[in-house]
Write a protein of this length. Structure first.
Length: 258
């Protein structure tokens, strides 16, 4: 087998690995959506005959909202120990990711009940789409898509912040920090040609040909749209601006793949 054939075989193996990961994300999203539909039926819109099931589920989520976050922290520590030791992160990384997803779902359902389930209806497929972007597109598009998704949620939260100040203004504060930190990190990556130095080791986060202008515009657009939502409310136009920008990015990065 010559060098060209070896490269072709290696590329095929990498594509198979990516496809397998994508399929697992899709399967996970489908399973979670099915569970949410079942919960909505027996935990929110339950009948008289199902009231005992709803009470039992309420008690279960009271426990899971505490136990699952603790499990996530323990598994995260386990993952960090493996990472520092230079060992494979496959098993601990997968378990940590699953525990994080389940912990978030349990906490959201426990504290927000029907609103939490309605939120997860959208959040689960959104996370699956972000995973597809991560595996199939350039890393910079993934970062921009994450910021865009957080911005869309920020528009909704900003309009309801007065009715739930702790959650609303808390999320907006976190989002502001994320946008500022993201812009600073992008600037540092641009200065170092996409390479991040961690404990003397160089890690390529973004390629040398990354378009940082798109990332800066995304940060600015998210900030402006969310601020506008705080002043004007959740106008459809504000959602449309971010969605239109994400579609423009999708077209742009799809063309770059060709």
């Amino acid at each position: 087998m010559n060098k060209k054939e070896q490269q072709k075989a290696q590329r095929a193996r990498e594509e198979d690995i990516v496809l397998t990961k994508v399929l697992w994300w899709i399967l996970g999203a489908v399973v979670l959506e099915a569970l949410l539909l079942l919960l909505n039926k027996v935990y929110v819109n339950f009948t008289t005959e199902q009231v005992y099931i709803a009470v039992a589920l309420q008690g279960m989520f009271n426990v899971l909202s505490i136990v699952l976050p603790i499990c996530f922290v323990v598994l995260l520590i386990w993952t960090l120990v493996f990472w520092r030791a230079g060992r494979s992160l496959c098993l601990p990384g997968v378990l940590t990711g699953i525990s994080l997803v389940l912990a978030v779902c349990a906490v959201v359902i426990h504290y927000f009940y029907d609103k939490g389930i309605n939120f997860l209806y959208i959040a689960v497929p959104a996370v699956a789409v972000l995973a597809l972007i991560y595996y199939l597109y350039q890393r910079e598009f993934f970062f921009a898509a994450v910021l865009g998704a957080l911005g869309l949620l920020g528009v909704k939260v900003a309009a309801q912040a007065a009715s739930s100040p702790l959650v609303g203004y808390g999320y907006l504060s976190v989002l502001a920090v994320i946008v500022v930190v993201a812009a600073v990190c992008f600037r540092m990556l641009q200065a170092h040609k996409g390479v991040w130095n961690i404990k003397g080791k160089s890690k390529e986060i973004l390629p040398k040909n990354a378009n940082y202008a798109m990332l800066y515009v995304t940060c600015a657009l998210v900030a402006v749209v969310v601020i506008a939502a705080c002043v004007l409310g959740a106008l459809a136009l504000l959602y449309g601006v971010l969605v239109a920008w994400l579609l423009i990015l999708a077209v742009y990065y799809t063309v770059r793949l060709m």
